[in-house]
Design a protein around this ligand. Structure first.
Ligand SMILES: O=C(O)c1ccccc1N[C@@H]1O[C@H](COP(=O)(O)O)[C@@H](O)[C@H]1O
Length: 207
């Protein structure tokens, strides 16, 4: 099976084009002011306009008010919404737009119940948990906490890079992988060689 890949935290046209050229299926834009990867709405719109066809533009939000999400989605031309905070299923589906729900995995989280609760999500994105940080920690989590047979496709995130993505795919067998810090030279600035190596790791590991 071909594993999809998303490169997140894009703030420059050249990084989006590198991701697409290396075979990424999606690029992600962080609309969260506390993030060092927060991107200006107009700049994100310019990047999306430069994307080749068949590359999905994903907008990441953390507990954002609905009017702002709606406005940014329209202005940027986002294909998919990623909710990375404490959003409820009712909030997430209120946009009548395809969305993925991020969950920060820790032992006490009942992922089977969350998959049922977020039945309207296209997939669950599973990320590392770090207290006080919404995401983009660069940390992996214990992949054994992911139960087999979840009712939603899994997008694996959290501390992935070219070195560990192969093992991650073989162990978790996710629908897709998502990376941000592992392909950066600096926060929000991607590294061509790291993106290329990451995408090679994804292709080589296909199961
Ligand atoms: O990237 C951020 O700054 C960020 C901020 C708030 C929520 C999520 C964020 N990023 C997402 O976190 C995961 C894992 O990132 P990393 O590979 O560990 O750096 C990924 O989905 C990013 O999109």
């Amino acid at each position: 099976m071909r594993i999809r890949a998303k490169i997140c935290g894009i703030t420059r046209v050249e990084d989006a084009l590198t991701a697409a050229r290396c075979g990424a299926d999606a690029v992600g834009f962080v609309f969260y002011e506390k993030s060092p990867r927060n991107v200006d709405v107009e700049r994100a719109a310019q990047i999306v306009a430069a994307l080749p066809p068949f590359v999905t533009a994903v907008g990441l939000f953390v507990n954002e008010d609905a009017a702002t999400v709606l406005s940014i989605r329209q202005r940027v031309g986002l294909d998919l919404l990623q909710f990375h905070g404490d959003e409820t299923p009712e909030y997430c589906q209120s946009f009548s737009a395809p969305y993925i729900k991020a969950l920060r995995v820790r032992p006490e989280l009942n992922l089977i119940q969350y998959a049922a609760d977020f039945s309207s999500a296209r997939a669950l994105l599973l990320d590392a948990y770090q207290e006080g940080v919404a995401g983009g920690t660069g940390k992996t989590f214990d992949w054994d906490l992911i139960p087999a047979g979840l009712s939603k496709p899994v997008i694996l995130a959290g501390g992935l890079d070219a070195e560990n993505v192969g093992e991650a795919i073989r162990r978790v067998r996710p629908y897709a992988v998502d990376v941000s810090g592992g392909v950066e030279q600096d926060k929000g600035i991607k590294d061509v060689a790291k993106i290329a190596a990451f995408m090679r790791g994804v292709l080589d590991a296909e199961v």
